[in-house]
Write a protein that binds this ligand. Structure first.
Ligand code: CA
Length: 455
């Protein structure tokens, strides 16, 4: 949005009694529908939201920021906040969204920051912000403090299996497939991939395998492979499974390459998925702009959770400048409809991706108890030393800035009922009946049969 237009709309909204009256005026002014067809996808015109009445205390220090994203549904709140004008509404008129080639590139780009041609923040698997802050996955182990500011999404991920294994009982429950894994182990082990080690996708596939009595470090071969490469390998028969997010599951099934053994919504209903996090120095320097970005994301998350908006959301995300694929592959999963590809069909809105609220309450609010699960799971598999069980609290208190989320939510006028009062979501339960009590992480680890750590 140009400065001129911004000023124009601001003046208009001062003149009109309410935001909705202004929105009607602008819709007529811009023409309707505000979209143009290019190729097989619809490119939305930036929508104009009524500019929020920003007090001097809320006016951002800068209107410019560069945020990274990976083209999967987790990125939707960032893309929608930009395309539907929610960032601009709060004064962030120059948000540059930068598609990242891989999670490794996102990590490299946060190291250098936007001043060096990288990014100031963006979308992350967990606990990447904590690992980067600790210097555990950075070049030369340089510590780059980061702040986790909100959760972007729940659900929308799953475990894909190559079609050559159809009918061999590889599903959510693995009891019927154990002999197959044992048999493969002696020749060519069952090979499964994720897109970055020690984070969500690695952890989902490990949890699922271990719950089924398989040791992910001994009974299968796990490796890091970019999503597109994994699909190619699955086609040629060298990849048996991978842990992935929408739109990949639907594409695999539609192209008859693979099927879905399980959705993460089945492994852990209303689970924490990906997060929005920024470099701490950027946030410390620009606290008002950080809250403006958060308010834009929150508005986008609420817009996305209105299922009537999801067809439009799919069309925006599918656009050439974002995911560059036919919108159809996103429309059904967005409604909780999954053709699992093995004859199983899910049609259940509670299994869909949620951005703002789910069956357990807030999705957007970054619960510290969820950061803890990701760190405990890293200890479970020996990725982090056991001392992290003791150190986790201090690390999370440093990285997780739920206090900034709350301030932004209050400034945005979010109802008190939608602002959690505890930093813990309490006891979590997985599909195999295992419980994670954030007050007793060691007890959780002791309850798990397959693990690398001794507790
Ligand atoms: Ca994911």
């Amino acid at each position: 949005m140009t400065d001129f237009f911004n000023q124009f709309t601001r003046r208009k909204f001062i003149l009109t009694a309410g935001a909705s009256a202004g929105a009607v005026f602008l819709k007529g002014c811009l023409g309707n529908p505000p979209a143009s067809i290019t190729g097989n996808s619809v490119q939305a015109q930036p929508a104009v939201q009524p500019v929020a009445n920003l007090t001097p205390e809320q006016r951002p220090e800068t209107t410019t920021v560069k945020l990274g994203y990976i083209p999967i549904v987790e990125a939707a709140p960032l893309i929608i906040a930009k395309e539907k004008g929610f960032f601009a509404k709060y004064g962030m008129t120059n948000v540059n969204l930068s598609k990242q080639a891989s999670w490794g590139s996102a990590r490299d780009n946060i190291e250098i920051g936007s001043a060096g041609g990288g990014i100031d923040g963006g979308q992350w698997q967990m606990p990447m912000p904590h690992l980067i802050s600790e210097g555990l996955i950075t070049k030369g182990n340089q510590k780059i403090p980061m702040y986790v500011l909100c959760q972007l999404i729940t659900h929308g991920n799953g475990i894909a299996i190559a079609n050559k294994h159809l009918g061999k009982n590889i599903s959510l429950q693995l009891a019927g497939a154990k002999s197959l894994f044992t048999q493969l182990k002696s020749s060519t082990p069952f090979t499964a991939a994720f897109t970055f080690p020690h984070v969500n996708q690695d952890l989902w596939i490990r949890y699922w395998l271990a719950a089924g009595g398989l040791d992910p470090d001994a009974d299968v071969k796990l490796l890091t492979v970019p999503a597109a490469q994994t699909v190619a390998n699955m086609k040629t028969g060298t990849m048996d499974a991978f842990s992935t997010g929408d739109p990949w599951p639907n594409r695999l099934v539609k192209d008859k390459i693979g099927y879905m053994a399980a959705l993460t919504a089945e492994i852990w209903k209303n689970h924490p998925e990906e997060y929005f996090a920024m470099k701490a120095d950027w946030v410390d320097k620009n606290p008002k702009a950080t809250k403006a970005i958060l308010k834009g994301i929150m508005a986008a998350q609420q817009w996305l959770d209105n299922f009537d908006n999801r067809k439009e959301a799919a069309q925006i995300l599918a656009g050439r400048n974002y995911f560059n694929l036919p919108a159809e592959v996103l429309i059904e999963p967005f409604q909780g409809k999954y053709d699992m590809g093995d004859g199983r069909k899910i049609d259940d809105k509670s299994m869909a991706a949620y951005y703002w609220k789910d069956g357990k309450g807030s999705v957007s609010y970054p619960y510290k108890s969820h950061d803890l699960w990701f760190i405990v799971e890293n200890v479970r598999w020996g990725f982090l030393p056991k001392e992290y069980l003791t150190n986790a609290k201090a690390l999370i208190d440093k990285v997780n800035r739920e206090d900034i989320w709350k301030e932004a939510a209050k400034e945005a006028g979010i109802a008190a009922a939608d602002i959690p009062t505890s930093t813990s979501r309490g006891v979590e339960e997985f599909f195999d009946g295992v419980k994670f009590d954030p007050e007793k992480p060691e007890e959780y680890l002791r309850s798990l049969k397959i693990k690398k750590v001794s507790v």
